[in-house]
Design a protein around this ligand. Structure first.
Ligand code: AHG
Ligand code: MN
Ligand code: MN
Length: 338
């Protein structure tokens, strides 16, 4: 490795502007704003064991789940990194019930940004990996403050999306539609540097990731598919190894690199699945497809679903293309929809 030369995130995304002859550099700067927020969130997470920010804040978020203190902090960091720049017209966050407007005094810009500021936050207390997930859309309204129409767009209109994983190192993985690229934070220089150029995911992977404690709450089709992953259906699919952290970013990232399929299907406790279409499923689906994989709600492409509410949930099957197709074929044969 040549230690005298690095490709920083900034240099890389500026370079990607060649795919967009009409680019103004605004999207590059916006991604850089997200990277700054990620560094700030990462720094807080690193200090979490030292400060009184572990554990639950005395609030519940809009899904009624316990909101961890770092969720609150990460949410504020994201909003404050984005709201004053003139690049964003509105935001939506897993932690805010309503659309997040741009504060008075700042001009609204051309993009809408949606995020899950801290994903997998229940893992913080046990020092396991967590993440931030984001997606960026061009606004559909023409001027003034952004509206719900700007954030309730289908995933096939995403301009760029990605996630940051706060693991043994901090990594940002993003796609602007032309490949998926990973950057690792070099803490000695405070920069994300290109470490994984053009990530491609295997069509059939070695891992399957699902919360198997829900087995008896799943539909017959999902049970059958998971039994296929166990190795019960060797003429159609090879048995896989099980890996499940309970942190979407970490589970997805492992499968993206190593190959595999992640599922959070509907179950009798979560009849629409658990994960949120806008903050979790769409950005990850965008990344999966840009890496050669697929993402469905079991049968339908995630990126084609038209959102109707900010916090709607959807079942998710995501990963290697043939693994995702395997689940779809089973569900269709059983006449089950996602
Ligand atoms: P969040 O911390 O943003 O609420 O997300 C947690 C999610 C996701 O990261 C993970 O895949 C899933 O919850 C795990 O759910 P189970 O504990 O039900 O398996
Ligand atoms: Mn989440
Ligand atoms: Mn979250």
């Amino acid at each position: 490795m040549d230690l005298t030369k690095v490709t920083t995130l900034e240099r890389f995304i500026l370079d990607q502007e060649r795919f967009h002859p009409d680019a103004t550099g605004e999207l590059t700067n916006l991604l850089y704003d997200v990277a700054l927020a990620a560094k700030m969130i990462g720094a807080q997470i690193r200090r979490a064991g030292l400060l009184d920010i572990l554990g639950s804040a005395k609030a519940t978020n809009v899904q009624g789940e316990m909101q961890q203190k770092l969720d609150v902090l990460a949410n504020e960091i994201m909003k404050n990194a984005l709201n004053h720049t003139g690049r964003v017209c509105a935001m939506a966050s897993e932690e805010d019930e309503e659309l997040i407007p741009i504060p008075a005094g700042y001009s609204p810009g051309k993009y809408a940004v949606l995020f899950d500021p801290l994903d997998g936050s229940s893992n913080i207390d046990v020092n396991a990996a967590v993440g931030t997930i984001f997606s960026i859309y061009t606004r559909v309204t023409t001027s003034g403050p952004g509206t719900l129409a700007d954030v309730l767009q289908p995933g096939n209109r995403v301009v760029a999306a990605g996630y940051v994983m706060y693991g043994s190192s901090v990594m940002m993985v993003y796609s602007g539609g032309h490949g998926v690229h990973g950057f690792t934070l070099d803490p000695t220089i405070g920069e994300f540097v290109l470490s994984h150029n053009n990530i491609c995911t295997p069509t059939s992977g070695k891992y399957y990731s699902v919360n198997e404690s829900n087995f008896f709450r799943w539909s017959r089709g999902i049970q059958l598919a998971v039994r296929g992953f166990h190795g019960e259906d060797p003429t159609r699919i090879q048995g896989k190894n099980s890996r499940y952290i309970g942190s979407l970013v970490a589970d997805f990232h492992r499968n993206l690199i190593g190959g595999g399929v992640f599922m959070y299907p509907a179950d009798t406790k979560n009849p629409r699945g658990k994960l949120r279409l806008l903050y979790e499923c769409v950005p990850m689906a965008f990344i999966a497809e840009a890496a050669g994989g697929k993402a469905t709600d079991g049968t339908r492409r995630i990126l084609d679903l038209v959102p109707t509410a900010l916090h709607q949930r959807v079942p998710l099957v995501i990963g290697g293309a043939s693994d995702v197709d395997y689940v779809k074929a089973i569900l269709e044969a059983m006449e089950e929809t996602g």
